[in-house]
Design a binder for this molecule. Structure first.
Ligand code: FAD
Ligand code: UDP
Length: 370
């Protein structure tokens, strides 16, 4: 078989690049995927109860990029949805990111209003303050608040999620959910927030349906690379695996999901409830809140973080911290020496904690240079 491009991985990155190369450059593409489905970690499907669920955990699309939004809108209609998250703190469910409403959920009205006044005075309404910044800068009552939020919202969650304390990770990780000096309970404030009306898989399927694109599932690229002639390769898998771990393994975190069906209208108040403290899991997600599906009964997933072990489970998250970035840079140098023939891109090949819109932006950006 002869194609112009061999693309390894049928997630967001691989399929956006496939679609661009096929439709804009008129080239033939073979996408090879080792799972038995397309979509990578964004894969969703209808379970046996007819509920649209996210197989690898809750995926909320949000972006400020008009370019990304317009690009994806060619392949899907949208169901508008703004994500909301509560976290169980001292037996109460409080809005996360921690905001002014959260103050009133955990403290007496008098104390909450005192803290609100201090936050407004120091940071101003509408500002977002990462927990490390608040801990560093705050004094008096605000310092006590900073320690409280650190301990009750971040500390235990991080131990479970990463097996690391918050300060052992890049500050960008906890910086994803800064304290929000606002009454806005939405998890994201991006301009565009929605879910593909009929799911991510259908949207990505449409992207892959170009006549110049063939998709081969259930196959590792190493099984077929000698059988297929190609001019260029896009690789969206693990960068350390590509180079046979020559600079040692890059760490990843994995997850285990327990899905269960409940014959009730709704299981919990909002789509996601986080359990930062005493529970062995980090979050419970209820999908019908996200999709707006009107079906009887409901499906939830409980998420248990765990170490990634090759061939035992899947690499869900790169682990953003300095020592890993240094190791990744060794691989990046190797990748650069192959850059005429292989493009490395995506969450695993770039070893970056990309959201879906960032993966799409990355792919759109690199397709222009092909
Ligand atoms: P992936 O989806 O990982 O795709 C890579 C593909 O390559 C995989 O399908 C893999 O099987 C395949 N592959 C690897 N090696 C080989 C090989 N040797 N041969 C063949 N195939 C191979 N983003 C958001 O924007 N919002 C969210 O709410 C959100 N929630 C998330 C929740 C969880 C639990 C996780 C893990 C991620 C979440 N993300 C979210 C991030 C989102 O999943 C990623 O940004 C996106 O999936 C990245 O796409 P990708 O194509 O780069 O990588
Ligand atoms: N986080 C936390 N407590 C929470 C929510 C988030 O400590 O209740 C921290 C934690 O480090 C987590 C990070 O913020 O890994 C990013 O959270 P996000 O919800 O973006 O994680 P993802 O959906 O990517 O798993």
């Amino acid at each position: 078989m002869k194609v112009d491009w061999l693309i390894v991985g049928a997630g967001f990155t691989g399929l956006v690049l496939a679609e661009r190369i096929a439709s804009q450059l008129g080239k033939k593409v073979l996408v090879v995927e080792r799972r038995d489905h397309i979509g990578g970690n964004a894969y969703d499907y209808y379970d046996e109860h007819g509920t649209l669920v996210h197989h690898y955990g809750p995926h909320l699309f949000h972006t400020n990029s008009e370019k990304v939004w317009r690009y994806l809108s060619q392949f899907t209609e949208w169901h508008p949805y703004s994500h909301q998250v509560l976290a169980l703190v001292d037996g109460k469910k409080v809005p996360v990111p921690f905001n002014l409403n959260s103050l009133y959920a955990v403290f007496t009205p008098g104390y909450a209003s005192k803290l609100e006044e201090l936050l407004l005075k120091h940071y101003g309404f509408g500002s977002k303050v990462p927990i490390f910044k608040l801990r560093r800068e705050a004094s008096g009552e605000l310092h006590v608040l900073a320690e409280y939020v650190y301990e009750k919202v971040f500390y235990g969650y991080n131990l479970k999620q990463w097996d690391l304390k918050p300060e052992e990770l890049s500050p960008s990780v906890t910086g994803r959910v800064p304290i929000y000096i606002s009454r806005d309970d939405r998890y994201f404030q991006d301009r565009y927030q929605a879910i593909p009306k009929h799911g991510y898989t259908q949207m990505l399927q449409r992207m892959a349906s170009h006549p110049n694109i063939k998709v081969l599932l259930d196959a590792d690229y190493r099984e077929i690379e000698d059988e297929v002639k190609f001019d260029g390769m896009v690789y969206t898998g693990l960068i350390d695996e590509f180079f046979d771990y020559m600079h040692g393994e890059l760490p990843y975190r994995s997850l285990h999901f327990e899905f269960s069906y409940h014959p009730v209208n709704t299981y919990q108040e909002v789509a996601q409830v986080n359990y930062p403290n005493e529970h062995p899991y980090t979050r419970i997600s209820e999908y019908k809140h996200i999709t707006g599906q009107r079906v009887y009964g409901t499906t939830v997933s409980i998420e248990y973080p765990m170490a990634y072990r090759r061939e035992h489970n899947l690499p869900y998250y790169p682990v953003p911290r300095e020592e890993n970035r240094k190791r990744y840079n060794l691989y990046l140098s190797e990748a650069e020496s192959l850059s005429k023939r292989v493009l490395f891109a995506g969450r695993l090949a770039d070893y970056k904690y990309y959201n879906m819109d960032q993966a799409v932006a990355r792919a759109l950006g690199s397709s222009r240079n092909r």
